[in-house]
Design a protein around this ligand. Structure first.
Ligand SMILES: [Zn+2]
Ligand SMILES: [Zn+2]
Length: 384
């Protein structure tokens, strides 16, 4: 007997098993933009899932390079990739899995280098980072731009996925304890030492718990994209030893510092590299009047001071963009103290510097304020 060849099976579209799901909307996934922060163990699994599901546009952020230890937990990396930038290799492999996807690699530090406009441009952010500072930065950016985000964390056989949906739900900062704040080191006496010291230790992880937790993260993202109910302001705890999985609800803190929301955002047609603080202030003053100031969401160092040599040097740079090396006194080698500001007014001596020169990232959003009146200005993509 001759076997019948069923041609239709061969012709089946890539997504045909997905579209069997009654509520599935492949077109919606194709038009979705997702930001994945971190391309380590979790990030790899998240990216793999997004690629298989056909999520149309992915922005991947990570500043690390691939090392041999990544190979036991990272499906997208090979031994030959040693030393290459994670985002570049990950992007290439995602495209091999699914060439339909548009992926933008960003070799950047999420705390300082990713403009708020980029957060605003995505439908959901998936956090695959291993430290509190990065989580806090993602959380604040998501709240300001009204973007849901899904945090993932793994610890040996355990893991947790937290779903944060602004503005109603509890946020990541609402979950922090005094111990967390201590680890974050908010009370460091020398601010220059902060950002380098904050990266927390290497966490013990396995590929198995990474794929379980990343699977839940992406599944929650798919639900958000389809408008299905998700556990807002809750953590999905997975205990891999006891095979328990349960929800915890995070109480929303009324005095939480991360609930700021940018209500009115005006998009400018110039980028950070070609816009000076004076130009931005002029635009803002046309709407808000004289006496308007620019408020930055980060500290700008205006002066280095060496107490030992009794010398001062003017600078103008975002704190996080200054390396420890730059902070050292060229004469005596001591780490210098710094003067900082986070507001800019018309009489500031640095008013003619560009935002880019100061270290403000492309597509960032800057707040202009006069009294209680606020307008937020988003710099454009031109300089990107
Ligand atoms: Zn909060
Ligand atoms: Zn000195």
């Amino acid at each position: 007997m001759v076997e019948k060849i069923v041609i239709t099976d061969l012709d089946e579209d890539r997504y045909s098993r997905l579209t069997l799901i009654p509520w599935w909307n492949q077109e919606k996934l194709k038009n979705t933009r997702v930001m994945v922060v971190g391309a380590g163990a979790l990030g790899n699994e998240v990216l793999k899932n997004l690629a298989l599901l056909g999520v149309g546009k992915i922005i991947i952020v990570d500043f690390d390079r691939i090392v041999q230890a990544d190979l036991s937990r990272s499906i997208l990396y090979r031994a030959a990739d040693n030393g290459k930038k994670k985002v570049e290799v990950a992007s290439q492999r995602v495209l091999e899995i699914n060439p339909d996807i548009r992926i933008q690699p960003l070799a950047a530090n999420i705390v300082w280098d990713v403009g708020l406009g980029l957060f605003r441009s995505v439908d959901v952010v998936i956090g695959c980072v291993d430290n509190r500072e990065a989580r806090l930065a993602i959380n604040q950016a998501c709240w300001k731009t009204n973007t849901p985000w899904i945090d993932g964390g793994i610890d040996v056989l355990h893991g947790i996925v937290s779903v944060f949906v602004p503005p109603q739900s509890a946020c990541y900062e609402c979950t922090l304890t005094d111990l967390d704040y201590n680890i974050l080191g908010v009370r460091y006496s020398c601010p220059l030492l902060r950002h380098d010291d904050l990266l927390e230790g290497k966490t013990p992880t396995t590929s198995t718990s990474a794929s379980i937790i990343a699977g839940i993260q992406v599944q929650e993202a798919v639900k958000i994209i389809h408008g299905l109910e998700v556990p807002k302001g809750k953590g999905i705890v997975f205990n891999g030893l006891m095979y328990e999985c349960y929800l915890i609800e995070y109480p929303k803190k009324n005095n939480c510092q991360s609930h700021e929301y940018y209500e009115k955002i005006v998009e400018l047609n110039k980028g950070v590299e070609e816009t000076t603080f004076r130009e931005l202030l002029d635009v803002a003053q046309k709407s808000l009047g004289d006496g308007t100031i620019l408020e930055l969401d980060r500290d700008i160092v205006t002066k280095f001071r060496c107490n030992k040599c009794n010398e001062e040097l003017p600078v103008f740079k975002v704190l996080g963009k200054i390396t420890i090396e730059e902070g050292k006194c060229p004469k005596c080698g001591e780490i210098r103290m710094v003067d900082m500001t986070n507001t800019i007014s018309a009489k500031d001596e640095f008013i003619d510097k560009t935002l880019g020169e100061a270290g403000i990232p492309p597509l960032h959003i800057i707040t202009a304020r006069k009294g209680k009146e606020i307008i937020n200005y988003q710099l454009s993509i031109n300089s990107y």
